[in-house]
Design a protein. Structure first.
Length: 94
């Protein structure tokens, strides 16, 4: 299963959250099957979003697309971000 991991810094979480939630339908139409948002406990403005995708090519298109760039820029007031496409390599159960 492919994933897209996005990491970025936000200045205004409430503004970010609004954009993040509003962008959900576009992500779904692009092949996103859902995801999770994580915050760094020592730096709550440092966010990571992990989204599951239906296939690798659609995940790459999303990660490299202009729409993602514009959404992140708007939501984060121009801070930099990284978007990485991942795939399962090993699952460990405890």
């Amino acid at each position: 299963m492919p994933y897209v991991l996005i990491q970025h810094q936000v200045k205004d979480y409430s503004m970010f959250e609004e954009v993040f939630l509003d962008d959900g339908e576009r992500r779904r139409r692009s092949g996103c099957k859902g995801g999770r948002l994580f915050r760094n406990v020592d730096d709550p403005g440092n966010l990571m979003a992990l989204f599951e995708w239906d296939d690798v090519e659609r995940a790459k298109q999303f990660a490299e697309g202009l729409e993602l760039h514009e959404a992140v820029e708007w939501a984060t007031a121009g801070t930099t971000y990284t978007a990485t496409v991942l795939e399962d390599a090993l699952e460990v159960e405890m």
